[in-house]
Each structure stands twice: as structure tokens, then as C-alpha cells.
Design a protein. Sequence first.
Length: 297
Amino acid sequence: LMGYVGFANFPNQVHRKSVKTGFQFTCMVVGESGLGKSTLVNTLFNTQIYPNKQPAEPTHDCPQTVEIQSITTDIEENGVRLRMTVVDTPGFGDFVNNEESWKPILDNIESRFDAYLEQENRVNRRKMVDNRIHACLYFITPTGHALKPLDVEFMRRLHTRVNLIPVIAKADTLTEEEVVAFKQRILADIKHHNIQIYQAPAYEYDDEETIAENREVMSKIPFAIVGSDKEFEVEGGRRVRGRRYPWGVIQVDNEEHCDFVKLRQMLIRTHMEELKEFTNDVLYENYRTEKLSAMGI
Ligand code: GDP
Ligand code: MG
């Protein structure tokens, strides 16, 4: 079903409380301009979170830093509310010298940790606002070759602070074989550079179905992504979201065509709570410990 998001069907009873109060999730998108970040966000929520606009011509008075733009939207499904915030980072990798492109992004992530820490230290902790980034989708240029130094540098600098989820942008520009080979190469590069990308934990009490589902989702990383806000008619008169080529339509919501469905499933159904927990229990906790010990506390 096209407009279907999926969070209302959380399988686990543990989430009953969230079902009542509503889910809240913050996701960041990072990658060079033109890789389809805004399009993916629109595709993910099947709405125009970002209005269509022509990309601005680069001019000399363009800001010479990465911008941080945050957009929040409420999605409701079967009476369950999800407040989704997407943090976009236009400008990343766009400058003559991109050596420090990662820095404003790291600063932003850490300042969100600081804001949380500050609330924890208050006497009244009943109204905690969690603006921490729970997942960071990192868009890799579909070169079919290897990670670029910019990619490696970003991931190396950020992996201890955020759940990194690498995605291959515009996967429709690669053949199926190229995608398979590129994924292997990316994972090898990630391993070679000791980069920690997000890994779902396995629990003893997980049933076989959950384990199989997790394994299936994880096996797709880095997700090969195709985004589109256009619909086309395919065989049988069905209308599908996709991108049209002379030989046919690449379908966004068809798992045989790309990994978009799996990525969405992971983010807003199977792993949303996991990503939040890991952010709180490991990433934030490590940051907090480092910060307090640096202060001599
Ligand atoms: P951003 O700068 O990363 O936010 O990229 P945009 O979402 O603005 O997309 C830049 C251009 O790439 C637009 O013309 C999109 O239509 C196109 N685009 C977005 N996603 C895809 C995709 O998955 N495949 C292809 N081939 N083009 C895409
Ligand atoms: Mg954009």
C-alpha cells in the first residue's frame, strides 16, 4: 500500500505505551548535494516535506559552511502518532575545501547531547525533550568504485556519536551487478577503516521470525536507494512511484528493484526503538562519561 508507513503495527507489546503517547524519532540525512536526500525524505513519508524547488545556483555569497535545517512533521496512522524530525545538512561536501565538512555536523549532534544532559541535571526531569539524532543516513555517491576520502572522514569522525546507516544514493544509475559489487566494496572499506556502522543487536528471547527479519534487513546495508515523487502506470494499470527509463520503470516500492522498502521498514517499524535505545544507552552515555570526566567530575 503506497501511503502506508508501518509504525502503527509495531509488533512488540513493549511499545504499547508509545502507541498511546505517540512515537518521536529524529533522523539526519548527510551527503553531497544532488544525491537525492530531499527526495528520499519526501518518498519516505509519501509527502512533500520539502517543497519542490530549483536548486540554487552556486554564487559567491553562498554560505561557506554546512547548514543544519530541521523539519518536523506529524504522521498519523491507524490513530497512532509519529512525530518525525528530519535534519538536513545542505552544503556538506560542496566546497573547494571539504576537509572540515564533518565538523559542523558533529558539533550539532553533540550540542543535542549537551541539551539533553542539561535537562537531566535539572531538578524537574518530568518534561524531558529528546532532540538527539537517532539515526544518520549517509548518502554515498553511486560511482560503483569505492568510498571517497570525504565519506571515510565523515564516518570516522561521527561513528562514535551517531547510528550511521550508509545508503547508496540513486541506485537506479547502477546495474544490479554493479550494486552487488559496490556494496561489497563499501563494506570492505568500512571494515578496513574500523568504522562502526549501525548493527542491530540480537536477543536470546527473539523468536525465529524476528531473527530472520533482522538478518534480512541487515543484509541489505548499505541500502541501495531510489527516491521519486512521481508516479507512473505499469502493467495492469497499477500506478507506482518510480523513475522512468526507456526500458521501463524502476519502482521505489518494489523490493526487487531497490532497498527503499527495507530501509523504511528498519527506520520506522522494526528498528526505531532499537536505534533510540542505542543512542541513549551507548552513544549518549559514552559522550556523557567523556564530558564529565573531562570536567573532572
Ligand atoms: P539533495 O541535494 O541531496 O537534497 O538532492 P535532491 O533530492 O534535491 O535531488 C537532486 C536531483 O536528483 C533531483 O533532480 C532528483 O529528481 C534527482 N533524484 C533524487 N533521487 C534520485 C534517485 O534515486 N535516482 C535518480 N536517478 N535521481 C534522483
Ligand atoms: Mg536537498
